[in-house]
Design a protein around this ligand. Structure first.
Ligand code: AMP
Length: 191
């Protein structure tokens, strides 16, 4: 199996690059943000719980997120591999993911860390907010809170995988094609 983590701050281009990687490598795409938005739109208890955190730019608690992710992975026993987008966002989530993949006799091959400067991230997320309808993309204070959460809680996940030589840093500024080419190269660079 080929299991990838697409990693980066809000606005770093994960959602743009994920379908390109899915198509090239035949992977199942799991975006925890998309899963929460689907639950919210359907007003499920999980969606209502997630909404209170998402609207504040905070993370949904690990216990909720890990359970949801686990069910989604187990629903695809035929998968050739997964691309995890927006997950793991905390070190406990990374540990839970590694344990789940070990149960399935597989592991993460590489964490692809897309780097973009903060000013450009804010500009991109606000631009997306004009068409996405996402409340959390339309308010500068909420976006700044999400970036702060990313720095404090999520960046340690890249350090966690770096211990195992699995983190590849990729410049996230350029055309969509240029960035895809960098991601392909970074995937090929890891044994
Ligand atoms: P995203 O679409 O990945 O930017 O996620 C939007 C929001 O969903 C985040 O700001 C969090 O509130 C929540 N969320 C998504 N993925 C996770 C996760 N792995 N852990 C906790 N909260 C998450």
């Amino acid at each position: 199996m080929l299991n990838l983590i697409l990693f980066g701050a809000p606005g770093s281009g994960k959602g743009t690059q994920a379908p390109i990687l899915v198509e090239k490598y035949g992977l199942i795409h799991i975006s925890t943000g998309d899963l929460f938005r689907y639950e919210m739109q359907n007003n499920t208890p999980l969606g209502l719980e997630a909404k209170s955190y998402m609207s504040q730019g905070a993370l949904v608690p690990d216990s909720v997120t890990i359970g949801m992710l686990r069910n989604k992975v187990l629903a695809h026993p035929e998968a050739k591999g997964f691309i995890f987008d927006g997950f793991p966002r905390t070190v406990p989530q990374a540990e839970a993911l590694d344990a789940l993949l070990t149960e399935l006799k597989t592991s993460i091959k590489v964490l692809l860390a897309m780097e973009v400067a903060d000013e450009l991230l804010i500009e991109r997320v606000l631009g997306r907010g004009q068409t996405s309808g996402r409340a959390d993309d339309q308010n500068v204070e909420t976006i700044k809170k999400r970036l702060a959460t990313y720095r404090s809680e999520t960046v340690p996940v890249a350090d966690y995988y770096a211990q195992y030589g699995k983190t590849q840093v990729v410049d996230g500024v350029g055309s969509v094609e240029e960035i895809s080419a960098r991601l392909f190269e970074a995937i090929a660079a890891v044994k």
